[in-house]
Design a protein around this ligand. Structure first.
Ligand code: S3P
Length: 433
């Protein structure tokens, strides 16, 4: 599938982007192993979170929906999952694979997790290592890649894990295994990462202790059903936040967006670059802070991105790189080596795409140096990465001619109605192929 986006355009109106991907995954996982029935609203009906939902259905959990973002999960309790008949295919979803590896390590039977070509290249040793320390037995393919064969019937015990990289997926994997382990499981992180697991476990009735950079829980756990209101995904909103910032005369409001402080790095970074972003009607929904975000066009200037903001904006760099290309002067990003092991190598692929559009973008081992300039018409490849495809679509708002974006199928992993919503907001986008 290819997107063709005509240059120019203005983003206007009030829109609600789909539900938060991280929170949607976790809502299904916790509801499935809780006791009782949980009602979820605002669930992301994207392929990634649907793959998590299908995995639990394949393990005997009765799940109604999704219908207009509503899902009803009849929880089976911590030991109520049944052995699936086949390996579970989680497609493109790293979150499903890494979190489920932790959750399934404590079960009584074997489970195999596999993924698509992109996921099959991503590192899993970062989760299998701490799981092995907890007593789990997980086989991988060569070099710690998927598929994962998780052996059941193992007695897990709590550990204190010093996490070598800032990863909420690794942290959550350990905590989910910790729910099945005897004793106390703690994870110390080198920098703050998204804390949806901690918040949601508390909401499902299991206490999580957070002190400075360390999070701990006791096992074995017991969860009780809980209703979850999933806010709109700030990672999906980010494309519109950047789009409205760079497109002249834009004024857009993004409704009911999750603004958990472990996710708002994109707002801080863009504000540092001069963006005009206003958080309105701050409130709480289901244990997560939520706001309406108003964005108006503003002249952006280059910036040196502070390293502490990187993990708080880790999924938003494709969009931030586009903002940097439209800014006056130089933008320097460092400390973002994790971008090389996302759905694709986002440093390399974004640099090549920006260069194809006439921008001086120099990739470095752990980031990029971008000189703001005039975006030209051109064709770019997203390498089947949803966020690369959406970021380059927004670049057309400031280009001198149309932009073609190849390999856009995977946009449906996180943002199934991107084209319709972007067109409604004012992007001149069409789909072919
Ligand atoms: C996620 C954590 C992040 C992020 C991913 C979702 C999560 O990965 O990139 O899209 O839901 O925990 P890392 O924690 O590995 O950086």
């Amino acid at each position: 599938m290819k997107f063709t986006v005509q240059n120019g355009g203005v983003l206007k109106g009030h829109i609600r982007v789909p539900g938060d991907k991280s929170i949607s995954h976790r809502s299904i996982m916790f509801a499935a192993i809780a006791e009782g029935t949980s009602h979820i609203s605002g669930f992301l009906e994207g392929q990634d979170s649907l793959n998590t939902l299908r995995a639990f259905r394949a393990m005997g959990v009765d799940i109604e929906g999704p219908e207009n973002g509503k899902v009803v999960v009849h929880g089976v309790g911590m030991q109520g999952l049944k052995k699936p008949q086949h390996p579970l295919d989680v497609g493109n979803s790293g979150t499903s694979m890494r979190l489920l590896a932790g959750l399934f390590s404590g079960l009584a039977f074997d489970v195999e997790l596999k993924g698509d070509t992109s996921l099959s290249k991503r590192p899993m040793a970062r989760v299998t290592q701490p799981l092995a320390e907890m007593g789990a037995v997980v086989e991988t393919a060569a070099e710690g890649r998927p598929p994962l064969k998780i052996h059941g019937g193992k007695e897990l015990h709590g550990i204190h894990y010093q996490m070598p990289m800032a990863s909420a997926q690794v942290k959550s994997c350990c905590l989910l295994a910790g729910l099945y382990a005897r004793g106390r499981t703690c994870v110390t992180e080198p920098a703050p990462t998204r804390d949806h697991t901690e918040r949601m476990l508390t909401a499902f009735g299991w206490p999580v202790e957070v002190k400075a950079d360390t999070v701990c829980l006791e096992g074995p756990a017991k969860l009780s059903a809980c209703d979850v209101d999933v806010p709109a995904d700030i990672s999906s909103a980010a494309f519109f936040i950047v789009g409205a910032s760079i497109a002249r005369d834009s004024d857009i409001t993004l409704k009911h967006v999750g603004v958990n402080p472990t996710r708002t790095g994109v707002i801080d970074i863009l504000k540092l670059m001069g963006a005009d972003i206003e958080l309105m009607s701050l409130r709480e929904a289901g244990g997560e802070p939520v706001a309406d975000i108003r964005v108006r066009s503003a002249p952006l200037k280059g910036a040196v991105i502070p390293a502490h903001l990187v993990p708080l904006a880790i999924d938003e760099f494709p969009a931030i790189f586009v903002a940097a290309a439209c800014a006056e002067g130089e933008t320097v990003i460092t400390g973002a080596e994790e971008l090389r092991v996302k759905e694709c190598d986002r440093i390399q692929v974004m640099a090549e795409g920006l260069q194809a559009l006439g921008i001086d973008a120099r990739p470095t081992a752990d980031g990029m140096v971008i000189q703001g300039g005039a975006i030209q018409s051109g064709r770019v490849h997203s390498h089947d990465d949803h966020r690369i495809a959406m970021a380059f679509s927004m670049a057309a708002l400031r280009a001198s001619g149309h932009i073609e974006v190849e390999d856009c199928n995977n946009v449906s992993t996180s943002f199934p109605d991107f084209v319709e919503l972007a067109a409604k907001a004012g992007l001149a986008i069409t789909v072919s192929g």
